[in-house]
Design a protein around this ligand. Structure first.
Ligand code: NAP
Length: 515
């Protein structure tokens, strides 16, 4: 169900409104949508796993059926290049397929069976079985910087639907036309697959009130959020203040520290600087995995690295940022950093006069100034970096120990470096969701082993990921069935194991039936 129309989308390249108008969903409309999602959860959660898998595939097909019109509208609303949007559509559809395969395979429900021991002395043991079951209707919020892959049909929606939850999606006001198109793909897939109407619904709005009302609705059982720290934290606090608090999986910003170790810096300072400059500027820096913070140790090679980084960044053309608000916030933060005595701006991308131009910028700080200036560790969403120069390994380790939670940390090093800095890697394991060796944090593979998460403040739920199949676990809870008659048990827990899934039976993994 789509509730539409009363605000407009803006073209970030002109700041002028685009065709079409969209209505802020009213409280009573929101209530009706959530009621429907609640009522239909009871039908959807009982669907066979193959029906859910086929539905996810059908959504993907309908998104492809929207053709280039979807990408063109999305390009107008976000200024993201067509090639990037084509890739993002592929990722979105691929993600739906990945969850379809995962659900069809079925073992993700983590069935555990402890068979009864009626003759156990001194007391008989009951038959105890456990599996993961869906939480209920969930609220999902998308981010502006991934208008397809972290939006209407993005990973949060796909994983919640795969888990058997119904979804009420809060459309991002930066791309409402794109959102309406993708929501129409859901409507068609729901009809084709015979799913209940409330399986998926989108509400739109351009005020914080709508999102707050959605999270506060008593029937909503969990929240998936991708976006800013301010937004995620506000919704997390709201969810915890409800009479019935609910889990909020908010994936928020991060500065993704990069550590470049001494020997590799000596071997390839120029190549490292080029790679770093490209990662800083990729997508006009509008990635939650952007390398906003880097550490090096002072040496002749560190000067060479800085010189190359400066040359590369100085040549970077500006790009259009996603919205006027994001463009202004980025420029304001750069101005604030320029006022600090503790840093020097060592590189600045090419100046541009067009609207919402995001110009790359690198600031350099000594490690002592960095320790004394907390704002240097904060995310400035855009193509900027704070490069910190330390004198000793101990200072690098101290900086690592002081890090808050991040989505990623990256270490560049030769094998010798990595051996000599094992203690750094040990510290980083406590600080981030993903550690990369000799790479760049931008770019997140969608796969089973991915973790796109991390300790607070990168997320509000450090035991989860928003990318990869493990994301499904956010929307389920374990339920235990004790001495249940076989005919009432879900398939996953029946002795016959009709779906032939892998289960943990009496302490050992098995895909066999139980005699
Ligand atoms: P955003 O401004 O926080 O918006 C996200 C959604 O939350 C929107 O629907 C917004 O709608 C709503 N919202 C924001 N504040 C709210 C509040 N106080 N109460 C209720 N609803 C609220 O984020 P964005 O601009 O789209 O994205 C940029 C940020 O996302 C960056 O910091 C980036 O690093 C981060 N990001 C993180 C990831 C990740 O996976 N960790 C991925 C992509 C982006 P309204 O404005 O209408 O309320």
């Amino acid at each position: 169900m789509i509730i539409s129309t009363d605000f407009q989308a803006f073209n970030p390249t002109t700041n002028k409104p685009l065709d079409g108008s969209y209505q802020n969903t009213t409280n009573s409309q929101l209530d009706a949508v959530v009621q429907q999602a609640t009522q239909d959860f009871d039908i959807y959660r009982k669907k066979d796993k193959s029906e859910i898998a086929s539905f996810l595939e059908e959504v993907g097909k309908e998104i492809m059926n929207l053709g280039d019109a979807l990408l063109e509208r999305c390009h107008l609303e976000t200024a993201l290049p067509m090639a990037r949007l084509q890739g993002e559509r592929g990722r979105t559809v691929g993600q739906l397929q990945m969850f379809a395969n995962f659900v069809r395979e079925g073992s993700w429900v983590e069935a555990k069976i402890d068979t009864a021991q009626p003759d156990r002395i001194p007391l008989p043991k009951s038959d105890i079985r456990q599996m993961l079951l869906p939480l209920g209707p969930v609220a999902v919020f998308g981010a502006s910087n991934f208008p397809l892959a972290f939006s209407v049909a993005g990973g949060d929606t796909a994983s919640a639907l795969a888990a058997g939850c119904t979804v009420v999606f809060k459309g991002h006001p930066a791309h409402p036309g794109t959102s309406v198109m993708v929501a129409s793909a859901f409507e068609k897939a729901i009809a084709t697959c015979g799913m209940p109407a409330g399986t998926f619904a989108m509400v739109q709005g351009n005020t914080n009130e709508l999102g707050a009302a959605l999270v506060s609705h008593p029937s909503i059982k969990a929240v998936g959020f991708t976006g800013s720290f301010a937004g995620g934290k506000a919704l997390f606090d709201l969810a915890n203040a409800r009479p019935e608090p609910i889990p909020v999986y908010a994936e928020m910003g991060s500065t993704n520290p990069v550590f470049i170790l001494p020997e590799i810096l000596q071997e390839k300072a120029a190549a490292l600087a080029t790679g770093m400059a490209n990662s800083i500027a990729q997508g006009v820096g509008q990635f939650c995995t952007n390398p906003g913070l880097a550490f090096i140790q002072k040496s002749a090679s560190s000067d060479e690295f800085c010189d190359h980084l400066t040359q590369n960044i100085n040549e970077m053309p500006a790009g259009t940022m996603l919205t006027e608000g994001i463009g202004k916030a980025y420029a304001k933060n750069i101005e604030k950093t320029l006022q600090l005595k503790s840093v020097t701006e060592i590189a600045k991308g090419k100046k541009s006069e067009f609207e919402n131009a995001g110009v790359a910028s690198v600031f350099k700080s000594t490690i002592l100034n960095y320790f004394e200036t907390p704002s240097l560790s904060e995310e400035n969403f855009g193509p900027s970096q704070v490069l910190v120069e330390a004198d000793t390994k101990e200072e690098i380790l101290k900086a690592a120990r002081q890090l808050e939670g991040h989505l990623t940390a990256t270490v560049h090093g030769t094998l010798n470096d990595l051996e000599n800095y094992k203690d750094l890697l040990d510290i980083l394991q406590l600080k981030v969701g993903r550690i990369l060796i000799n790479g760049y944090p931008t770019g997140v593979e969608v796969c089973h082993a991915m973790v796109h998460g991390g300790p607070y403040p990168a997320t509000t739920a450090p035991n989860s990921t928003s990318v990869g199949t493990q994301a499904i676990k956010r929307f389920v809870r374990p339920v235990c069935f004790q001495d249940y008659p076989s005919f009432l048990l879900p398939n996953a827990l029946k002795n016959e194991n009709p779906d032939a899934i892998m289960r943990f039976v009496d302490g050992a993994f098995s895909d066999q039936s139980i005699n």
